[in-house]
Ligand binder design. Structure first.
Ligand code: GDP
Length: 445
């Protein structure tokens, strides 16, 4: 549905006809380095430098010798023919020995023969411009590479497979149909069909709104799955915050002493639970202090708590005193040092020293952070969420206007909704937005 519009973007964008080259594996020493070429001259450039031992045919790795920039290496190479390639263009890959020196010289060799160094994300950008991927699917490729937990990988994989674009496109098509019907009705006012058209449209728009709202609702979990859940640990000095951090991580990361005020800076460390990444922030104990460094630490505690999704407010059961917390997240009260007292309060009671109650606490943190109401993974990206909210706003306003104002007025809002939806998938994203998204990718992707 988007190919025509995307062609217009393509025409306006930088020269896509050049053959680009880049290292697609990380810089550094390894077993293998992979160099990729994309563009009309890819196959020809490979043949300039590479002597295969057999016949070089599409999609088959072939052994041979590459001779580039004064060095030779025994490598595997493969060609892909347009449109059956990642970028949709002719492509080639060289799998050489993983020495940065060899890889650099091979790239230099291709450049000497007319290739140009690829910009960050240029391979994926070409795939998008060729209609191989929607914009959100391309963004999911970036998320997949950046993923640090199982759920981040799975969410990015689902998005890459079109989970988000599939929903958005279904809503887009439904709204587009209503827009078509309205335009026809507006063109033939004498037939007095506006009222009937408006009534027919109500059901369709209500369904489209519901579907889009369900997608928007997945963001509450999706945002945390993509970015991780921030958990701040606060409490008075010596409550056992650093001991708790070490327990939750399962290793001695923070220094634990019996001296109050040991933790002055914030310490951030992550653990994975049920596939979700949790980033713990151990903060300075909150108390009045004349020590300048400690005071700065206390201020950081306050700001860590403010921006956290979850705040663990730790109370020492042997000398109970609770701190006030300002946060937009959820507060979980944790009672520590249960091994030292007989009377236990109701709530989450733990011993950071013995490990008692830690499993229940991990589960409590998880269930406070992730509602699990979402059917699998959904929206995870703030850009997509903002656009979906804007589209929902337009659809809701249009539904309110139906039957109250002339159809051509309702049309304005519906077209805005189409614009927002199209910006998610890239159907009508601007050149700036596209450039900005791909510039965040690494070179070679
Ligand atoms: P923080 O200042 O809040 O980070 O507290 P720490 O984690 O540094 O702990 C302060 C002191 O309390 C240390 O001597 C810890 O060994 C001790 N402590 C922490 N948690 C427990 C616990 O559950 N039981 C006992 N017996 N001691 C604990």
């Amino acid at each position: 549905m988007f190919s025509g519009e995307r062609c217009d973007i393509l025409k306006g964008m930088k020269d896509q006809t050049k053959t680009i080259v880049a290292l697609s594996t990380p810089a550094g020493r390894g077993a293998i380095a992979i160099i990729r070429l994309s563009g009309a001259r890819s196959h020809e450039l490979l043949r300039e430098l590479f002597r295969p031992f057999g016949t070089l045919s599409p999609n088959v790795l072939t052994l041979g010798i590459i001779d580039a920039d004064g060095v030779r290496d025994k490598v595997m190479a493969v060609i892909f023919s347009a449109p059956k390639s990642y970028t949709g263009e002719d492509m080639a890959e060289v799998h050489c020995h993983g020495s940065p020196e060899i890889a650099t010289r091979i790239i230099r060799g291709f450049i000497a023969h007319g290739a140009v160094a690829a910009e960050p994300g240029e391979f994926t950008k070409r795939a998008f411009l060729a209609g191989k991927l929607s914009l959100d699917e391309a963004e999911a490729v970036g998320d997949l590479i950046a993923a640090q937990s199982a759920s981040q990988i799975n969410a990015a994989f689902d998005a890459m497979q079109g989970r988000v674009s599939g929903e958005i496109t279904a809503v887009y098509d439904a709204v587009l149909e209503v827009v078509g019907a309205f335009e026809a009705a507006v063109d033939y006012p004498e037939e007095d069909i506006e009222e009937q058209t408006a009534e027919e449209a109500r059901g369709r728009l209500t369904a489209a709104y519901g579907r889009l709202k369900a997608l928007a609702d997945t963001y509450a979990d999706g945002e945390k799955i993509r970015g991780g859940v921030r958990v701040a640990i606060v409490g008075v000095p010596n409550a056992g915050k650093s001991s708790l951090l070490n327990r939750l991580l399962g290793r001695a990361r923070a220094i634990v002493t019996a001296n109050a005020g040991t933790t002055r800076d914030t310490i951030e460390e992550s653990y994975e639970y049920k596939g979700v990444l949790f980033t713990l922030v151990d903060t300075a104990g909150i108390r009045e202090t004349a020590d300048e460094a400690e005071r700065a630490g206390v201020e950081r505690s306050a700001s860590a708590a403010k921006t956290a999704h979850i705040v663990l407010r730790v109370t020492d059961l042997t000398s109970p005193s609770t701190v006030g917390v300002e946060t937009s997240g959820k507060i979980i009260d944790v009672y520590n040092k249960s091994d030292l007292v007989d009377a236990k309060p109701i709530g989450i009671v733990i011993s950071a020293a013995t490990g008692e109650g830690i499993d229940d606490l991990r589960e409590a943190i998880y269930s406070h952070a992730i509602s699990g109401s979402a059917d699998g993974y959904g929206l995870t990206d703030a850009r997509h969420y903002d656009l979906v909210l804007s589209a929902l706003g337009e659809l809701s306003a249009a539904l309110g206007e139906l039957g109250e104002v002339p159809l051509d007025c309702v049309l304005v809002g519906l077209k805005n909704a189409l614009h927002f939806l199209g910006s998610v998938t890239g159907a009508n994203a601007t050149e700036d937005v596209i450039d900005n998204i791909f510039s965040k990718f690494c070179v070679g992707k």
